[in-house]
Design a protein around this ligand. Sequence first.
Ligand code: PMP
Length: 439
Amino acid sequence: MMKRENSEALYKEALEHIVGGVNSPSRSFKAVGGGAPVFMKRARGAHFWDEDDNRYIDYLAAYGPIITGHAHPHITKAISEAAANGVLYGTSTALEIKLAKMLKEAIPSLDKVRFVNSGTEAVMTTIRVARAYTGRNKIIKFAGCYHGHSDLVLVAAGSGPSTLGIPDSAGITTNIASEVITVPFNDLDALRQALERWSDDVAAVMVEPIVGNFGMVMPQPGYLEGLCSMARANGSLVIYDEVITAFRFHYGSAQTYAGLDNHDAIQPDLTALGKIMGGGLPIGAYGGSKQIMEQVAPLGPAYQAGTMAGNPASISSGIACLEVLQGEGVYEEMERLAVRLTDGIQSSADRYGVPLTINRIRGAFSTHFCNHPITNYAQAQDTDGEAFASFFRHMLDRGVHLAPSKYEAWFLTTAHTDEDVDATLEAADDSFRAMSQGK
Ligand code: PMP
């Protein structure tokens, strides 16, 4: 059994000062049996070390942003240089233009962008802009998709809240909740019915085009085409939340991903971005066509601002991260390692009779303890949370750190190696064996 006495002591102390001992509820171990989460002290590449000097292979990648591994020298250098030049000016910089151009080149539906500080802010603003543009109020979203913690999108909101068994957050007025309509993902009939029912009240249909918040879930063939054409026929905008998906599967986003056909038919009106595009520093961005984005102040009537927005440190880190991702073969290599992992994990689970469904999309995958496919949120809910918790604990004690939630994905980074995969597969085999013995 791995000793984590220092983490336990720090957790006790944290509980005295920080609500729940954590600065984001997803870091709590509540859903995996409770107790002290691991307190990390440093990280490099695909590994981090805790306050008791235990080493872990990291598949969290900080919930997505750390796609190049920790402390990547190119990104560290960019951040250091930015820090030495002053981290915040409250003025415009040339760097902002550079990152905006990089985003536009990679994601063609972006004609104009605006930088913000988080995915939450990006999503929240796309909704305001869609309402300003259409003059309508309601938003249709999909059960289990998480779009950050702004009021409107916390209704039926996927990984974070559902991990903790909070279906809808307290503190959200009934008026706000009445402006959101939730339908199941991958079900065009349900969307059609909602659009018919609420017709010209619907400002936008907001979706994770490839879902990352109840596992890694692809839209079924024709689903996004249908979603876009129905929304448009209704005069509603399509908003893609690509906070997880942009730059995750290839140098681009779901809108241009080769695993989805018919790119022309699946272009959104507005896109929300975050995570990877900041290389690990706080960032978000949103964008879309010139006409729609010109709703935003100072050009238009929709207000959105930010003291820290576009700060040189985050922007420099984002540029450096995208430069690393432009390297030859980086996505292919992450995929190669993910295939090795998923093949090995599945065969160990099968060997020990542990029901397991894996959804893999290039270098990201989710492990669901069940025998059925995962194509929507209800199926992801209907999985064995106790088996996941047991697997999570066994893996942690063997030096592999997963997200403490049955809904979250494993993320490969450019820093993982075959050696990490070998060690992870050995840990997984051991873990499934222990689970089959009732340990
Ligand atoms: N949208 C999606 C799809 C996300 O996964 C997340 C975060 N997990 C967010 C929005 C919110 O981003 P942030 O935590 O940066 O506010």
